[in-house]
Design a protein around this ligand. Sequence first.
Ligand SMILES: [Zn+2]
Length: 265
Amino acid sequence: MADLQFSLWPGGKSKCLTLSYDDGRVEDRRLVEIINQNGVRATFHLNTAFECREEYLPVSEFSDLYRGHEISVHTHSHPSLTQLPPSLVLTEVMENRRILENASGEIIRGMSYPFGDYNDEVISLLKGCGMEYARTVEETGQFRVPGDFMRWSPTCHHNRLGNLWESFIGRSLDSRLLLFYLWGHSYEFSRDNNWYIMEEFCRKAGNQPEVWYATNIEIKEYVTAIKALRLNAAQTKVYNPSAVAVWFLAEGNPVCIKPGELKAF
Ligand SMILES: [Zn+2]
């Protein structure tokens, strides 16, 4: 039986960082500039009903501003989804999705919950709207991929970073994937006068050779591809039926298995 460990990210990297910022307010312009300077990548969960208000970005700006990052659902007008009739949940998500897809040219497949509110009924409706992941606001302080992507809880909010990044980057490779997931709202940096938090974080967390900088949906796709791998009972053969290349450790050595490839050990 070969010793196989499925704990590597694309490129054989040992760690992954993603950022997740909500609402699409004008402060996203400054946030995008900071993260772009440091090679960090993010997912932006955007509302679409408020573009006539001066504190929100116009939809026409989304495509250029967020290039290289992910645009994602945050509902049209930011209601609490647990307090709406089901038909309105569908409308809020699909209208938001339609506008974001028109603006970006992408197929939008993920979201974050307005106010962090969700329940089983909402999740079932969201899956029917084509949502493949949804982020909560429940901070874990952990560096793990979620067991359920429809209940994807972040590592921490940017106000509670503490020494979490130092602790993350000091972790050595084990049998589990290591993910650091930071979330917040860009307007909080202006309101709290603490843009230095994001500037310092990106300076130390950006441009690290062992880190894969990814959007939320890229992580979801990669983890799904790992779970889709097929192994024989003796664990001497691995087949990758997905469209995503997967890296893993075989006898301690990094190996890449391409889409459609069968490898024997
Ligand atoms: Zn929000």
